[in-house]
Design a binder for this molecule. Structure first.
Ligand SMILES: Cc1cc2nc3c(=O)[nH]c(=O)nc-3n(C[C@H](O)[C@H](O)[C@H](O)COP(=O)(O)OP(=O)(O)OC[C@H]3O[C@@H](n4cnc5c(N)ncnc54)[C@H](O)[C@@H]3O)c2cc1C
Length: 425
């Protein structure tokens, strides 16, 4: 474990006065999909849990709108699926790319043996509001919005909670038997705990921007590959969330060429939206997602656990980041609920072996899917991004997808991950 940051005990000594100290059993830092679902699962089992979210609301930067079949099955196990599907959404039953040789469908969810053979496309804001509203029904749940975690509280090598700056600008402390870092790819919890993720750099970056959507447009997702670029457009009802995939490191070149070059290039790849790229007027409308993939060698230390992007950032290939963060949350709740309940009734520390068990169960599925993502990046995406020709699926891929058993594999892996996860009763 690297110790490139000051021990938390020293930070605590240097810190300003704390306005109030609250106690809980589990303090979850970060109200993204992983943290919110974990907080719900613990609260419904009677574990006292405080969820700290830095933003004042859930209406944040675009982070993906996908709810995979495995998450829908988890929602069903919690008797929440029906109500979740009452929220406005679209259903993506396959992913079809327009290629030089016609439409190519590498992923078809409609053949999966599940009640939910599709990706539910729903703004993440709606999903997070739904989950936290559901958690608020339990008296053991506390949500603090606008709570920016600043420091870990450490005593004798054990993490005992966090200090955060509240929306009131004051410093607050939460003491807990377990602190969970679910604070995403730039995790402060991870950094303060001294964990260093091992990073790899996939061969692309993604530019995200919005384009107007018309009533007559198709629903769902548009996916295209061509002439060295890839493009997606995700239906957000009132507008398209447009993604433009570029070879890694070429952003400054593109910027130098000017916004018109981006407009033209996107219009070439997605001709259906060519009539509205003029709405892209300024680089300030464009955000760059520097694509990375990483994994922490260790996800825990006494009193602390990392889940979701804090433990492993997934490449966007297959769009599995949200799915994996929620699966981590379910496994963590399955393993830790009883030890936490024992801890809160007997005022006992959590045995570190329970935390190790969470990493043990989630690390292999993470490694396997990251290895598959590397294969797709190297064998399909990198050649497509390096070529000036229209995209044609590689022969090995077309052959593989002709074999009936293998044809279902990409959809199954994207839908359920490598190791399906279920809520323990
Ligand atoms: C542009 C983009 C598009 C994506 N598209 C998809 C997609 O289509 N499908 C998919 O599956 N995945 C997608 N992903 C990845 C996906 O967003 C993540 O894998 C997923 O959100 C991880 O969930 P999480 O709960 O671990 O972390 P996050 O969703 O990152 O949530 C972390 C939360 O912690 C909060 N936080 C951070 N620091 C602090 C602090 N100090 N104190 C308190 N709170 C804090 C943040 O505000 C945030 O709400 C995308 C990512 C990006 C960036």
């Amino acid at each position: 474990m690297s110790t490139n940051t000051a021990p938390a005990s020293q930070q605590a000594a240097a810190s300003d006065e704390v306005r109030e100290v609250k106690r809980t059993t589990c303090c979850v830092v970060g109200g993204g999909p992983g943290g919110a679902v974990l907080a719900l699962l613990l609260a419904r089992k009677g574990v006292y849990v405080t969820l700290l979210e830095a933003h004042p609301d859930f209406d944040r930067e675009f982070r993906g709108d996908t709810i995979h079949p495995s998450v829908m099955e988890i929602m069903d196990e919690l008797s929440l699926a029906e109500r979740l599907l009452d929220i406005r959404h679209t259903e993506l039953r396959n992913f079809t790319l327009q290629t030089a040789s016609g439409p190519f469908t590498p992923v078809d969810f409609s053949r999966l043996n599940t009640k939910f053979p599709y990706i539910t496309m729903m703004p993440q804001t709606d999903f997070l509001e739904f989950i936290t509203a559901e958690a608020s029904r339990y008296p053991t749940f506390r949500l603090v919005m606008g709570a920016r975690m600043r420091e870990l509280v450490e005593e004798d090598g054990v993490i005992r909670g966090v200090r955060y700056e509240g929306a009131d600008g004051e410093k607050h402390e939460v003491r807990a038997i377990l602190t969970v870092g679910a604070d995403g790819r730039g995790s402060r919890v991870r950094r303060l705990a001294g964990f260093e993720p091992v990073k790899t750099s996939p061969p692309m970056d993604v530019l995200w921007f919005r384009l107007p959507r018309k009533e007559s447009d198709p629903e769902g997702v548009i996916g295209r590959f061509g002439r060295g670029h890839g493009a997606v457009a995700l239906d957000r009802y009132d507008y398209w969330q447009a993604g433009y995939i570029i070879p890694k490191g070429t952003y400054s070149e593109l910027r130098h060429a000017g916004i018109e070059a981006l407009r033209q290039s996107y219009a070439e790849v997605v001709p259906e939206l060519a009539d509205r790229v003029r709405h892209l007027e300024d680089w300030r409308q464009v955000s760059l997602l520097s694509v990375e993939s990483s994994r922490c060698p260790r996800w825990y230390r006494p009193g602390l656990l990392l889940i979701g992007d804090a433990a492993h950032v997934m490449s966007p290939v297959g769009g599995v980041g949200i799915n994996y963060a929620i699966q981590d949350a379910v496994v963590a709740a399955n393993v830790l609920t009883e030890p936490l309940k024992k801890g809160q009734s007997q005022l006992k520390d959590l045995d570190v072996r329970h935390l190790a068990a969470v990493q043990y169960r989630r690390e292999l599925p993470t490694r396997v899917i990251q290895a598959l993502q590397v294969q797709i990046q190297q064998r399909v995406l990198a050649p497509a991004l390096a070529s000036a020709q229209p995209f044609a699926p590689p022969a090995f891929l077309r052959l593989l997808l002709r074999v009936p058993f293998l044809r279902a594999l990409p959809a199954r892996i994207i839908a359920f991950g490598v190791w399906p996860v279920h809520v323990r009763r």
